[in-house]
Design a protein around this ligand. Structure first.
Ligand SMILES: NC(=O)c1ccc[n+]([C@@H]2O[C@H](COP(=O)([O-])OP(=O)(O)OC[C@H]3O[C@@H](n4cnc5c(N)ncnc54)[C@H](O)[C@@H]3O)[C@@H](O)[C@H]2O)c1
Length: 376
């Protein structure tokens, strides 16, 4: 008989519903050690709460998050709230003794992340932060290729996450485009953890960086016939140095909301003296690998469905966002149970804190127009 983990969601919007839908088809996972059940949800929006009424396992629907923290029907809380609320809510959850699956960016700035980290250290809660792209079959193959040692000495790393929907100047304002709710780090807070998770896990911590941050579209329709200030950084390019085996290796990190032609393109490319590997969600089924030889030739490999956790889905089928988001949730609950068994795990609180040191250094670099050493 499997163990059962009971989950409460705080913040039932876009990502809360995505998580609820993954829990609703948990039986798609084969031979998985933990049953997961969504038992409670909290949101302030009645319409959002109404959506959760269709889920039979949900017993508690509330606008008072204290009820989630007090409920003996909740072991783990998944929080998908605007960034200015992360600090208060994460700390309250940790003080309640429940486990936490946090959303990025794990606080709206470095100080908030430090405060959350302090509460984590003082607790005995299991805490990880959401970051699903490493759980794509293509990303898993990139990690395996790097770990294989077949690439020789690493020479260059490029990673990024590119959106274009903000190119539309008529797109109404929302909380993700206002510093008071999403933090001064702007696009870095929204997209940065997705870009930095794999490099950090591989030990590639930037030592110094130079940032190029851009504010291009600075006001948007407020949805009521007027205009509102949109004061966040739209695009960020960080040129960094990482130390690999005693050498400085260039690593560029791109996070853009204004990237023409890019709907939701996450990519990583690593080049070594003997080989290279490249993957982008722009072409979800394709892994590119390079081997040094007579010809300069990249090989294209057609990917199937294989994630780190086996599912009922056929191995030749295509993967989509709900699939790798579910694989990430599976990694969270497996690790919490002590059953990760060497697989890639969710972003740790230490890694989330490191990402904030990088974003803070990027703000400092922009302010001083200079290269900034990063201290962690
Ligand atoms: N992992 C990913 O790929 C991914 C994608 C998008 C967003 N996110 C992250 O998820 C989090 C939420 O983003 P979203 O896109 O779901 O936002 P959203 O705006 O769609 O949902 C947020 C929800 O929180 C509710 N809310 C606001 N204040 C509240 C409060 N005090 N108490 C209870 N509920 C409250 C809102 O009513 C809304 O339903 C953010 O941290 C964001 O960065 C992650």
């Amino acid at each position: 008989m499997n163990n059962i983990a009971k989950v409460g969601i705080i913040g039932g919007g876009l990502m809360g519903k995505e998580a609820a839908s993954a829990f609703g088809r948990w039986f798609a996972l084969n031979d998985y050690p933990v049953a997961v059940e969504l038992s409670a949800v909290c949101d302030l929006d009645e319409e959002v709460l109404g959506w959760y009424e269709q889920i039979p396992s949900v017993q508690l629907i509330t606008s008072d998050y204290e009820q989630i923290l007090a409920s003996d029907q909740v072991d783990v809380v998944y929080v998908a709230l605007p960034h200015h609320l992360h600090e208060e809510y994460y700390i309250d959850i940790l003080e309640s003794g429940k486990d936490l699956l946090a959303e990025k960016p794990f606080g709206m700035n470095l100080q908030a992340a430090k405060n959350i980290y302090g509460a984590f250290e003082a607790s005995s809660s299991f805490v990880r932060c959401s970051s699903e792209f490493p759980f794509l079959p293509g990303a898993q193959r990139v990690i395996a290729e790097i770990n294989s040692g077949r690439m020789g000495d690493i020479m260059e790393i490029h990673a990024g996450f590119l959106h274009a929907s903000d190119l539309n100047p008529q797109k109404p304002i929302n909380w993700k485009r206002q510093s008071q709710f999403c933090g001064e780090i702007g696009v870095m807070g929204d997209l940065g953890i997705h870009v930095i998770h794999i490099p950090l896990r591989l030990g590639w911590q930037p030592r110094r960086l130079y940032s190029q941050l851009q504010k291009v579209i600075t006001r948007r329709p407020d949805g009521q016939g007027g205009w509102a200030e949109s004061d966040t950084w739209n695009n960020a390019t960080l040129t960094t140095d990482v130390n690999i085996e005693g050498k400085d290796i260039p690593m560029t990190l791109e996070m853009k909301r204004l990237a023409p032609g890019q709907k939701n393109s996450w990519y990583i490319e690593v080049l070594g003296t003997e080989g290279g590997v490249r993957y982008s969600t722009k072409d979800t089924k394709t892994l590119w690998t390079f081997r040094r030889g007579e010809e300069q030739a990249w090989q294209q490999i057609d990917l199937g469905f294989q994630g780190p956790f086996p599912t009922i889905t056929g191995g030749i089928f295509e993967v989509g966002f709900p699939d790798y988001f579910m694989q990430m949730l599976a990694a969270y609950f497996a690790e919490r149970e002590g059953s990760l068994n060497g697989r890639f795990g969710c972003l740790t609180p230490q890694e989330a804190l490191m990402s904030h040191h990088i974003f803070q250094a990027a703000l400092e670099s922009k302010r001083t127009q200079s290269v900034v050493e990063i201290t962690y």
